[in-house]
Ligand binder design. Structure first.
Ligand code: ZN
Length: 178
């Protein structure tokens, strides 16, 4: 940001008194504008032995396959955001089972919550955000055409965990150096 949203004075970047990091601050009205990580929530929807993926219709990673997920809106819970994103991107109504992967992506300051979810019936369709939506069995997963490492991680763990029938929460840190 360049100007104070409170009084329109030009913003300065400085360490406020009592703080230890540079912040966007207003030299006139003393407002401090904190910039914090963004939160993404989504689902890994499962129908019988298949998982639901969406082919992205928007950048970044247009044309690559992803799980339905997106940025939280103000006032939402992570669960509500995951359900909303699944409806928006795949027109699919799912039941959340449990939180499955919790990923800190430090180089882009993002936190992602992916829920394991049950798709009760194979009802879904494309949307403004998805060129194609379909179910994949394990052998059909397009591993080289997945949009993000978080999608790859969630699918990898899911197919491993399915062999044992238990789906523990995975806490993952991505630093951009992988
Ligand atoms: Zn100001």
């Amino acid at each position: 940001m360049k100007y104070c949203s409170n009084c329109a004075t030009e913003i300065e970047i400085k360490i406020p008194q009592g703080d230890n990091l540079p912040r966007h601050t207003c030299p006139d009205c003393d407002s401090i504008f904190y910039v914090n990580p963004k939160v993404v929530a989504g689902c890994l929807p499962v129908f019988e032995d298949k998982v639901l993926l969406c082919k992205r219709a928007i950048e970044p990673r247009l044309g690559y396959w992803t799980l339905p997920a997106g940025f939280m809106e103000l006032g939402e819970s992570t669960e509500e955001a995951a359900l909303r994103e699944t409806m928006e991107e795949a027109n699919a109504k799912v039941d959340l089972i449990s939180l499955y992967t919790l990923t800190s992506i430090t180089h882009v300051s993002q936190v992602q919550f992916i829920y394991l979810a049950n798709l009760p019936e194979p009802k879904f369709s494309t949307s403004n955000e998805s060129l194609e939506v379909r179910l994949f069995s394990e052998s059909e997963i397009p591993w080289d055409e997945l949009a993000f490492p978080t999608v790859k991680n969630a699918l990898y763990h899911y197919f491993e965990d399915r062999k044992k029938g238990v789906y523990p929460l995975r806490e993952i840190i991505l630093t951009g150096n992988q």
